[in-house]
Design a binder for this molecule. Structure first.
Ligand code: PMP
Length: 331
């Protein structure tokens, strides 16, 4: 017993030592900075993060999962991220459809009908009191043993988290994002379909870290042949001579709910929108470029790999679509 305690103390000291000196300490500090935004919901009047986990209600400190859950052991599971605007859940049906399709594609049955999931989600939002926030649905393969075999996991676990999210400071939405191309490509699409929003985000996380290390706000991910795919958690659009282009789903990207909303909005406003393969040249020489995503919303790109995009700030089409998007989410 003494031995275990001593060894734990030694290990804690060791971790402290690592964080205190050497090049790795900067890295640890850099990365921890990205954890800050999730705490925002504790501001007065902003509501309280609320978690529903397999039928019970928890808060941030009490919600825990088993270390034998295959979602943790293997990333075996699926998830969704959804925004709450003015107390209303934006595109809940579309997100739940993608969640259930993702689960089906990985041979997993969500142990709750979709309409009940919608009801519990609404109840979670109501209980939280959060009116401007973000919902994370997670369905893991559930608790099993230490082997891969999912037959050892009798029941998937469902988690619904209601909290807030903020990816970048507010001014970035005015200035546009500084973006670099990541060396890590999106996963090969026949290995795991990018249409599955699975708990395996390692390639996208590695790309994100490359961006952090390069001092950029976000990354552009390519497929293994070099075609433009998406951001670490966003879809990408470019504008050239008034025409809006975005990679098609078969490029190996996630079919973003925001992407679909923005395509409809843009077409409705009279813009021509093309779904077409793009390469980095198309992005570098675009008049404008922007990302879309649930967490990111619609955000301009000012620079990619050191090249200014257009005038080097959010362009007129981007601003117009952002205004239309903001109006839509609150309509
Ligand atoms: N691509 C990836 C890899 C993502 O994680 C996300 C965020 N879900 C998106 C695109 C944008 O999708 P959505 O608009 O549905 O949030």
């Amino acid at each position: 017993m003494m031995c275990a305690l001593q060894s734990r103390r030694r290990s804690l000291r060791h971790q402290g030592g690592l964080a205190a000196a050497g090049p790795s300490s900067d890295y640890i500090l850099d990365m921890s900075a990205t954890l800050q935004p999730a705490k925002q919901a504790s501001a007065p009047g902003a509501g309280v993060p609320t978690i529903w986990l397999d039928g019970k209600w928890y808060d941030r400190d009490t919600a825990t999962v088993s270390v034998y859950d295959h979602g943790l052991l293997y990333g075996d599971g699926v998830f969704e991220g959804i925004r709450i605007y003015g107390g209303k859940i934006f595109r809940l049906a579309e997100h739940l459809e993608r969640l259930y399709d993702s689960a089906h594609a990985i041979w997993m049955t969500v142990p709750m009908p979709r309409d009940e999931m919608a009801t519990v989600t609404e109840e979670a939002v109501r209980r939280s009191g959060i009116t401007e926030g973000y919902i994370r649905h997670i369905v893991t393969r559930g608790v099993g043993d230490l082997g891969l075999d999912p037959r050892k996991c009798p029941r998937p676990s469902i988690i619904i988290i209601v909290d807030t999210i903020k990816l970048w400071p507010e001014e970035v939405y005015e200035t546009g994002l500084k973006v670099v191309t990541a060396g890590t490509p999106i996963p090969q699409r026949e290995s795991l379909s990018p249409r599955v929003k699975s708990l395996n985000y390692m390639a996208h996380i590695l790309a994100k870290i490359e961006g952090v290390q390069a001092g950029a706000d976000e990354v552009l991910m390519l497929d293994s042949a070099g075609s433009v795919a998406e951001g670490s958690g966003q879809n990408i659009f470019v504008v050239k001579h008034g025409v809006i282009s975005t990679p098609p789903i078969y490029a190996g990207i996630l079919k973003g709910v925001t992407r679909d909303v923005v395509i409809d909005l843009a077409r409705g406003a009279g813009y021509e929108v093309r779904e077409t393969m793009l390469n980095r040249y198309d992005v570098y020489t675009a008049d404008e470029a922007f990302f879309t995503g649930t967490a990111a919303e619609l955000v301009g790109i000012r620079q990619v790999d050191g090249r200014l995009i257009g005038a080097g700030k959010s362009g007129p089409v981007t601003r117009d679509l952002r205004t239309r998007f903001q109006a839509l989410v609150r309509s």
